[in-house]
Write a protein that binds this ligand. Structure first.
Ligand code: HEC
Length: 280
């Protein structure tokens, strides 16, 4: 469908107006030119009947410019009419579109945050680890030793010795004159307290439950201990959501005398003691 350009439509309108045809569509130059002499001739030759025709012809010509002055509004084509009456985007749809990015954000969050739902010591420990991150970045070597790749399991075959070291720290071990805080048979030699730098003691700084949790995080999440393999028993006793040690501390028990309440646990005690070799 070809739209006729406005300037062409105007030309046509002007021309029709000049010819005295007003808004009448049917008129064109040829017909009009033929009609004029036809109207004139009878006026000169005929008597009664043609006479009114002769008198109306000029009148018609004089009257024509009036309607031409305000050019008749061009009737809309069906397409234009349909366009003008189209339905606009409703307000509620705009609101719904506006909310879409928020929804997408929440949806993505719901999908990606699932792992953080982990409860128990492993979940708590991941958060508490923010206190350790500066010196043990991501479980790798920093100011302190690395835990990753099983390193921490080499130093502490028993979780009890690690908990005790985190609780008391380098200074307390030095004061107590205890040199080896982990496995004395460690490959490459035992780790000697204060050999590297000062590891702060976290007893009183963190709750007993938080200390257990961060140690579970270091062993299982960062150190790579297998909770369904070699370290299954340790995991079930200390670090799972239902672990009896975790339950004991949650109920208000203290790490210092834990061995008196939970079976199969080595003493942690209330002062630094030397670390122990792997079980026979
Ligand atoms: C200010 C730095 C610093 C911070 C913070 C820190 N550590 Fe340490 N950590 C050390 C240093 C230094 C050593 C080595 C200790 C030594 O030489 O006596 C160490 C050693 C350790 C060890 C023994 C590793 C091994 O294989 O011998 C463990 C376990 C440990 N840190 C756990 C933690 C935990 C858990 C936290 C957080 C609650 C923490 N550290 C926060 C500096 C830090």
């Amino acid at each position: 469908m070809t739209e006729i350009p406005e300037h062409l439509l105007k030309r046509s309108r002007d021309r029709r107006a000049a010819l005295g045809l007003g808004g009448d569509d049917a008129g064109n130059g040829g017909d009009d030119a033929a009609a004029k002499p036809a109207a004139d001739k009878p006026a000169t030759t005929a008597g009664s009947a043609p006479a009114p025709a002769a008198s109306t012809a000029p009148a018609g010509r004089a009257a024509a410019p009036a309607p031409a002055a305000p050019p008749p509004p061009k009737p809309d084509t069906p397409v234009v009419a349909a366009y003008k009456q189209r339905r606009r985007v409703p307000f509620w749809a705009m609101a719904a579109l506006g909310v879409l990015p928020v929804w997408a954000f929440l949806y993505a969050r719901a999908l990606t945050e699932q792992p953080e739902e982990v409860a128990g010591p492993i979940g708590i420990g991941a958060e508490v680890y923010a206190s350790c991150q500066s010196c043990h970045p991501g479980g790798n070597e920093g100011v302190g030793y690395a835990f990753a790749g099983g390193e921490v399991l080499e130093t502490f075959p028993h979780i009890e010795d690690q908990i005790r070291y985190v609780y008391f720290g380098t200074e307390q071990y030095n004061i107590a004159g205890v040199e080896i805080y982990g496995n004395p048979d460690r490959e490459g030699g035992p780790h000697i307290t204060g050999a590297r730098n000062v590891m702060p003691g976290f007893g009183g700084e963190l709750t007993d439950e938080e200390i257990l949790s961060v140690v579970c995080h270091e062993r299982f999440t960062l150190g790579g201990a297998d909770p369904s393999g070699d370290y299954a028993e340790e995991y079930e006793t200390w670090c799972s959501e239902e672990a009896p040690v975790f339950a004991d501390l949650e109920a208000g028990g203290a790490l210092a005398d834990l061995d008196q309440r939970v079976e199969g646990v080595m003493p942690i005690g209330n002062e630094p003691i030397p670390g122990s070799p792997p079980s026979e």
